[in-house]
Every structure is written in structure tokens, then in C-alpha cells.
Unconditional design. Structure first.
Length: 254
């Protein structure tokens, strides 16, 4: 994996990448390399051990962003995927002068009301199988929720083993989404430009979250990637990567 500071263009706010606790920072490699000639890149590894609670993970992610803002002299851009939107939005809400822009890919966050019902149903099944010690079944529910029914059974044995091994971190992602709720006033305090990206074939919950963020975040715009699902930055890089780079460059010039 590349070093987080391998690319060092000067005079622009760096780009900090955030994912959920169960994601590998190496998943950002293609996108980071694509924009790395234009922006300094930081990919903090905030994966904690399985004993960490969701609030600790979110705090660790926010602290990583804060350090990058200090090191850069004031501002950062944040590109986040999935649950990574939680620390991204919280930091932008609490530190409006420190965030130049946000790119939220397939954001999954909860609000004050009982929203994202499909996610909650998946979470119940995941927790039930986890409590029984069936990591494979729990991971299967999570995978099929995001990528479509039957995805787990079609996956390779090696991938299923990796996903089962990450069950503890996946549980932390799920609990973070459900326990750390972003209120309407939190979202209204995010005053930087925000690009929301969803795959055309994503879940109804992800579409619902994007619609809510479009309404509540003052300067948000939503884009949909054709023929893509939950990981458009990986499955449709030819569309997603130029879209993100163009947005970041436009913000940098303003």
C-alpha cells in the first residue's frame, strides 16, 4: 500500500479519506493515486481492536482529520464512504472553518427519527447471528444487504473468510450508524460544499440518506453513478474518480 504522504502537492488543502471501521484503508488506493498528483493525500488507519466501542472509533477518525487540518495550516477536504460519513459530518459540523469540502460516497447515517428501516432489519439479523457465534451468517446478511441477495453465496471462499474475520469491526460500524445520530441542526451546521455520490443500484436506505442530506445540508449536491452499487469508487472508477477530482479542483480554485 502507498504511504499516506507519498503525494505532496503544495498550496492546496489535503484530501483525507475515511471509511468504516471494517474497511481496509488500501481500498482507497486507486482513487488516491488518481487525484494524488493534484492534492496531498492522507489515508489514516483508524481501525481499532474489537474491544473499542463506536464512539471511540468515531473520535479516532475525527482526531485524525483534526491532525491533518493542523498540519496543513487550517483546512482539509474529506472523502468518506459508508459509515465514514459519520465522523466526516460531525467534524465538519463542529469545525466549519477547518473543512474545505466533503465528498460522501454511499453515506449511511441515522437521524432523530426511526429512518433507514432496511438497515435496522439487517442489523437485527446481524446481531442475532453474531450472538450465536455464526460469523459467516452475520457477514452474509451484511453483504447481501449492501450488494444484493445472493452476493455472499457467489463470493469466493477467501473473501467470505475475510469478511467473517471482520465481523467485530462490522458490528462497530453498524452500532455507530444506529447510536450516533446526526440531528437536523448538526447537518445545517455543515457549511462547506458537499458532493453526495450514490450508485444507481444502491439500497433504498442509501437513497433515503442521500435525499435527507440533500435537504438538510445547505450546500449539498447529489450525483448518481449509472450501473453501480455500494462501491462506485471501485466498481465504476472511470466515472466516479473524474467526478470527485473535478469537484475538488473546482473547490480549490474558489
Amino acid at each position: 500500500m502507498f504511504s499516506p504522504r507519498e503525494f505532496q502537492p503544495a498550496n492546496r488543502a489535503p484530501v483525507v479519506f475515511l471509511s468504516g471501521a471494517a474497511s481496509d484503508p488500501a481500498d482507497w488506493t486507486w482513487l488516491a493515486e488518481y487525484i494524488g498528483g493534484t492534492f496531498r493525500i492522507a489515508v489514516p488507519d483508524v481501525r481499532l481492536d474489537n474491544r473499542a466501542v463506536p464512539a471511540e472509533w468515531v473520535s479516532a477518525a475525527e482526531e485524525a482529520v483534526r491532525r491533518e487540518a493542523v498540519d496543513s495550516g487550517g483546512q482539509v477536504n474529506i472523502v468518506a464512504h459508508g459509515p465514514g460519513a459519520i465522523p466526516a459530518l460531525r467534524f465538519a459540523s463542529r469545525n466549519p472553518g477547518s473543512v474545505r469540502s466533503l465528498v460522501l460516497i454511499e453515506a449511511v447515517v441515522s437521524g432523530e427519527h426511526r429512518d433507514i428501516s432496511g438497515f435496522r432489519a439487517m442489523a437485527d439479523a446481524f446481531q442475532s447471528f453474531s450472538a450465536e457465534g455464526d460469523a459467516a451468517a452475520a457477514s452474509g446478511w451484511y453483504t447481501d444487504y449492501w450488494h444484493g441477495k445472493g452476493t455472499w453465496s457467489r463470493s469466493s471462499a477467501a473473501l467470505r473468510q475475510t469478511m467473517s474475520f471482520r465481523t467485530g469491526a462490522t458490528r462497530r460500524d453498524i452500532e455507530a450508524v444506529l447510536s450516533i445520530r446526526l440531528r437536523d441542526e448538526d447537518l445545517a451546521s455543515v457549511v462547506c460544499p458537499v458532493l453526495l455520490i450514490n450508485g444507481e443500484q444502491t439500497t433504498l436506505d442509501a437513497q433515503e440518506v442521500s435525499a435527507r442530506l440533500s435537504r438538510e445540508v445547505p450546500f449539498a449536491q447529489a450525483m448518481e453513478i449509472p450501473d453501480a452499487g455500494h462501491l462506485p469508487q471501485i466498481t465504476a472508477p472511470h466515472v466516479t474518480h473524474p467526478l470527485i477530482r473535478e469537484f475538488l479542483v473546482r473547490i480549490a480554485h474558489h
